[in-house]
Design a protein around this ligand. Structure first.
Ligand SMILES: [Zn+2]
Length: 256
């Protein structure tokens, strides 16, 4: 646990300066070249250390809401409940994200542990605004954010730790007997652009503005999210995240 240091002060001054650049970029955005270059590969490995990945499929029909492990379906192209064509986005993602947004996801579990987690990579398409501030989506989905902090995860072969934003969330559950019940979960994320990496949505917006103005390019940014259930009485999920993310990170780097 002592390897995870909580960062107290973010790079606020930098963010303010770069936000000014971003505002300027919004005004003078003509002549900016879009680049298809991304900072990572849009692919999740089968295996992350001892974690094994499984493909998930979603029914696009909101009322059906089916979710399946593709390995458990006889016909992975069709929803066994309603017959709709299955895909890798749930209905909310399908309705909110532009059609050219790239998305891959897997559910990872390790033997002898019940701490499985969902990993998702979203890669923005031509509309660079497709990646939103995640907190907005979480609260819209009925989650309350109980705690929000950046953790720093040591990476092998790199001096700079990986910074990951971790949201501890609570969601009231509707129970038939009327007793109060809460689902405790976490949602963790960081952003990757070409030669850039940050846990801060503001810093990402700032980098986008900076690259537009000073380099004349607009790269495709990716958003990596890890989510799972947590024990509301402990911070054990931070160690799980550190274990998983430190092993996932090298697999996402773009081959030169
Ligand atoms: Zn269905």
């Amino acid at each position: 646990m002592d390897k995870i240091k909580k960062s107290i002060l973010g790079p606020r001054l930098f963010v303010i300066a770069a936000l000014a650049a971003a505002a300027w970029a919004l005004v003078y955005k003509t002549g900016v070249a879009s680049s298809d270059e991304a900072g990572i590969v849009l692919r999740l490995p089968e295996q992350v250390g001892e974690w094994r990945g499984m493909d998930l499929l979603f029914c696009p029909d909101r009322t059906c809401g089916g979710q399946f492990f593709s390995a458990q379906l006889e016909d992975p192209s069709t929803c066994p409940d309603c017959g709709a064509a299955l895909g890798n986005m749930n209905w909310a993602e399908r309705s909110m994200l532009p059609a050219d947004t790239g998305l891959v996801r897997k559910y990872y579990a390790r033997p002898g542990n019940q701490d499985g987690l969902h990993a998702t990579i979203v890669l923005s398409g031509n509309d660079r605004s497709s990646i939103h501030r995640p907190q907005v989506c979480m609260t819209a989905a009925g989650h309350e954010i109980a705690h929000e902090r950046v953790i720093r995860i040591p990476l092998e072969g790199r001096d700079e730790p990986l910074e990951v934003m971790v949201l501890d969330m609570l969601k009231p559950l509707a129970r038939t007997d009327g007793a109060p019940a809460v689902y405790s979960s976490y949602y963790a994320y960081w952003f990757v652009g070409k030669d850039r990496e940050t846990a801060s949505h503001l810093a990402r917006m700032a980098w986008m503005g900076y690259d537009r103005v000073f380099r004349g390019v607009s790269h495709r940014w990716a958003y990596i999210a890890l989510a799972g259930a947590r024990d509301p009485a402990s911070d054990a999920h931070l160690q799980i995240l550190a274990n998983f993310a430190s092993q996932l990170h090298p697999a996402l780097l773009k081959p030169d």
